[in-house]
Design a binder for this molecule. Structure first.
Ligand code: 5GP
Ligand code: ZN
Length: 112
């Protein structure tokens, strides 16, 4: 499948991993917008949040718990951080494999 993040999961494209288990992978964004900018993905190919199926419930719950672990590892829990998932054209999604941006390490603002 011609999917950038599936290639990262397969090790065909290198990434700097911060967390990995059987079902999920977290790695540094190649173009960080903050001191901490990590991408968390399910290893299973799901195109976006809109494509999550009822059978993925456990996986998505596991992914969220894994985000807690990464927040702890990256030491952003106390000052706080942001989780973002972009969807489609208006959401400016560029990689069509579900991913959560974990962004922190500086004061964020809220602009559209
Ligand atoms: P989106 O715009 O789809 O929400 O986010 C895609 C993210 O993937 C962007 O923040 C972009 O910097 C990141 N990205 C694109 N290509 C690569 C890559 O080859 N490696 C890594 N680590 N991140 C990438
Ligand atoms: Zn994929």
């Amino acid at each position: 499948m011609d999917c950038l993040f599936c290639k990262i999961v397969a090790g065909e494209i290198p990434s700097t991993k911060v967390y990995e288990d059987e079902h999920v992978l977290a790695f540094h964004d190649i173009n960080p917008i903050a001191p901490v900018h990590v991408l968390m993905i399910p290893k299973k190919h799901i195109a976006s949040l809109l494509e999550i199926q009822p059978e993925d419930k456990e996986l998505i719950g596991h992914l969220h718990l894994s985000l807690q672990k990464v927040a702890e590892t990256m030491e952003v829990k106390d000052p706080g951080f942001r989780i973002v998932t972009n969807i489609g054209k208006h959401g400016q999604q560029t990689v069509f494999h579900l991913h959560y941006h974990l962004i922190g390490g500086r004061q964020l603002n809220w602009t559209m």
